[in-house]
Design a protein around this ligand. Structure first.
Ligand code: MG
Length: 292
């Protein structure tokens, strides 16, 4: 086989934040236990909570208590999503190790999701970087592979946003396929414009998340966001399906000889437990095959 693939990849598990955010709220204790079980399965980067308004996002209430529950655990880098400076200050005080912030490549999605323009969001990254002190900052660019609102978003528009948030002090970049409309060709176009040193956050709305991940691996991308069980989907984007399931990507990588550091059997067991947490079977293929 002559495919040129990375030897290992970084997986950031976003189930406890991106995955649970659109669900009915579950207890802080259950959220802490979920993060701990993921870390025990080999996860070394985990998005644990979001410091957002609990009125707007009830499932993320108690983010500080989640981090308090994880205090002293040093097995993983614990990420917090923050929408603004206040969120960054709260996350830092709560003990987050690193922060994710979002900027949308789609002007319409940006207005609908956070009620501000793309330019305003880029400016906010600079302010959040200041407030974050020495914490690492990953800017997640949503709708990086296209918009659900009929806007033209070209690969070089995305590359321009990447440049601007890097200038603002963002230390990491993640490109998100928020509505699951990417195709392997589109992934190739964007990665060619931006370069492979980015993380991809893929959604499986149209059943293409794993195919797009494989295309990205062939292009040299070695970092992904995934959610246990395939949880997630933006409540603000029509038809947004779940995230690429962690266990499905680990299964693919195991077969390709790519090291993820994650124990597949343990991850499948967690995915099955997560079904109980959200009150329905999870969408991941592997959890259903192996759980039946
Ligand atoms: Mg997502």
């Amino acid at each position: 086989m002559s495919w040129d693939l990375p030897d290992s990849i970084s997986i950031r598990e976003v189930g406890p934040r991106d995955g649970l955010q659109p669900e009915a709220p579950v207890s802080v204790g259950a959220r802490v236990r979920l993060v701990r079980s993921l870390v025990a399965a080999g996860v070394v980067d985990v998005e644990a909570a979001a410091f957002v308004s609990p009125k707007a996002v009830p499932a993320m209430a108690g983010a500080d208590e989640v981090f308090a529950g994880l205090a002293g655990d040093s097995g993983a880098r614990r990420w917090a999503l923050v929408p603004n400076v206040k969120g960054a200050e709260l996350a830092r005080a709560a003990g987050a190790d690193a922060l994710t912030v979002t900027v949308s490549a789609s002007e319409t999605y940006s207005q609908a999701n956070v009620n501000q323009s793309t330019d305003e969001s880029v400016e906010a990254v600079g302010a959040i970087v200041e407030a974050a002190g020495d914490l690492e900052i990953d800017t997640v660019i949503s709708c990086a592979f296209g918009s659900p609102y009929d806007e033209a978003i070209g690969p070089f528009d995305v590359a321009h946003i990447v440049e601007r948030v890097q200038e603002a002090g963002s230390t990491h970049i993640t490109l998100a396929d928020t509505t699951g409309i990417a195709t392997p060709e589109r992934v190739a176009d964007v990665i060619t414009a931006v370069g492979p040193r980015v993380r991809l956050h893929l959604h499986d709305t149209r059943g293409t998340a794993l195919t797009n991940a494989f295309a990205a691996l062939l292009l040299g991308v070695a970092a992904f966001d995934t959610a246990v069980g395939g949880l997630g989907g933006s409540p603000f984007a029509a038809g947004a399906g779940g995230n690429l399931a962690t266990e499905d990507l680990v299964h693919l990588c195991d077969g390709l000889g790519i090291d993820t550091g994650i124990d597949l059997e343990a991850m499948v067991a967690i995915a099955q437990d997560v079904g109980g947490l959200v009150g329905r079977p999870v969408s991941s293929r592997l959890a259903n095959v192996l759980g039946s």
